[in-house]
Design a protein around this ligand. Structure first.
Ligand code: PHE
Length: 452
């Protein structure tokens, strides 16, 4: 049904309801970023104050950009590249932002699937009771075996990519929406169970103090910029994901509230994940800022010493797999929808082809740790903020104003915020992103050194 790239003859696929969209979009947003990255960067930046800055970034920058991205998709009924063309002119240079998004999606999925493969591996280890009773050194050893034996990592990565491919190939409502309806509620239930356990742990109080106490002296300028950069990553912005998902949103649905709900769900899961991890970390007297190893070394070590730890670790890693899977689906959909829309190739063929190309990039990334960091740096610090800047500038300054207002206000409980949203998108958003870039190219530290 998606074979013919002609919306006038074949109606574009749609979510079955606004809830379907919210679950799929929240599935995209809630991912490794929330459960793996957010807790450890919070740990590295000293907790409380960082959390507050992060929340401000989500509200002031993330939410307005998300509304703009969803709008770009729905108003054009197109995936990332064609959305810009349809809403300006066919030869428009804006299209470069769409192409960047598709290229970024290839790169992101190539290493996202590596970490997701680790999550599958740890689910397997938990199920086979292989992490019962291990100490810190043995946990290091298990993780070292995984990262040091390329074949194991690659095997799990390919398994993960294959599952992702099958869901996306099944289509928007039969694949993506159906699985989001199963995995997202599942994820919420699992995290609530873990939270129930965390509350009872001796380290709970200390963890709350760490997460919500205001220790401003630990917060650096780099930490603030990291919070801003992470708000793009965690909300899946700047990668065409929300454009593509927005293109399947029904025209009568309230786009602004749906975006806000998506961002709200994402934030709640990030906080909940921290409220699960830090009590465990503190109960066992471990370091909060343990870096990327927090989930795969620190956590298993602690779980191995807890009563019920075996069950808890299955719950935890299954939850992590759900989070990663619904995000990977959204990343693959960016590519698949582009190929389907633009080149008129069938959805199944597009998915298979895109997955093969991702694997060609991704397997070397898994096999050699170094590439992984370089690609993550490029995607998180350049591609996503640049993509988000493109969306904000296009919607605020280029898109037809009447259409923009209609898209925002139709059926919306937030209609009265239209002007505030537009103003935010015109000025604070591009300025904040520009600051991130100035920092990345070293201009800010240069000015800082001039000032003494
Ligand atoms: N938001 C996802 C996460 O937090 C990552 C992602 C980024 C997914 C961009 C899609 C697009 O893990």
């Amino acid at each position: 049904m998606n074979d013919v790239p002609n919306p006038s003859r074949t109606p574009r696929a749609q979510w079955n309801s606004r809830t379907g969209f919210i679950l799929a979009a929240a599935g995209s947003a809630v991912g490794l970023g929330n459960i793996w990255k957010f807790p450890y960067i919070t740990g590295e930046n000293g907790g409380g104050a960082f959390v507050l800055v992060y929340l401000a970034c989500i509200l002031v920058v993330g939410v307005p950009v998300m509304m703009a991205e969803v709008m770009l998709g729905r108003a054009s009924r197109s995936s990332a590249v064609d959305a810009y063309r349809k809403l300006s002119d066919p030869k428009s240079k804006w299209v470069a932002f769409g192409i960047l998004a598709v290229v970024g999606a290839f790169l992101l999925l190539s290493y996202y699937s590596t970490v997701a493969g680790w999550a599958l591996h740890y689910t397997y280890l938990s199920l086979t009771n292989a992490i019962a009773g291990i100490d810190a050194g043995q946990a290091e050893g298990l993780f070292g075996d995984l990262t040091g034996t390329p074949l194991i990592g690659v095997g799990w990565q390919l398994a993960f990519l294959a599952i992702t491919m099958c869901v996306v190939a099944a289509g928007v409502s039969h694949g993506i929406e159906r699985w989001a309806r199963i995995m997202m509620p599942g994820l919420f239930v699992l995290i609530l169970i873990l939270l129930g356990k965390a509350v009872t742990m001796p380290g709970w109080g200390e963890a709350m103090g760490f997460l919500f106490g205001m220790n401003w002296d630990k917060l650096t300028a780099a930490g603030v910029l990291e919070a801003l950069g992470h708000s793009f990553f965690t909300l899946s912005l700047g990668m065409g994901s929300m454009i593509t998902y927005g293109s399947y949103l029904r025209s009568q649905d309230d786009l602004a509230s749906a975006s806000l709900a998506t961002a709200g769900a994402d934030t709640l899961v990030a906080l909940a994940a921290s409220m699960v991890l830090f009590p465990i970390v503190f109960t066992f007297g471990m370091a909060p800022g343990a870096g990327p190893g927090l989930l795969f070394v620190t956590l298993p070590t602690a779980l191995a010493q807890m009563t019920g730890g075996a069950v808890l670790s299955v719950i935890f890693f299954v939850m992590l797999v759900f989070a990663a899977l619904t995000s990977a689906i959204a990343i693959l959909e960016v590519i698949a929808a582009y190929v389907v829309d633009h080149h008129g190739i069938s959805r199944v063929k597009s998915c298979v082809g895109a997955t093969i190309v991702v694997a060609l990039f991704g397997v070397p990334a898994t096999a050699s740790g170094g590439w992984f960091n370089a690609v993550d740096y490029f995607v998180s610090n350049w591609a996503l903020p640049l993509g988000g800047l493109g969306v904000a500038l296009f919607v605020a300054w280029r898109m037809d104003g009447a259409l923009r207002r209609k898209e925002f206000e139709t059926g919306s409980a937030l209609a009265k915020f239209y002007s505030a949203w537009l103003w935010t998108l015109k000025y604070p958003v591009p300025i904040s992103i520009a600051v991130v870039f100035l920092h990345a190219i070293g201009v800010l530290s240069w000015i800082g050194s001039l000032m003494g």
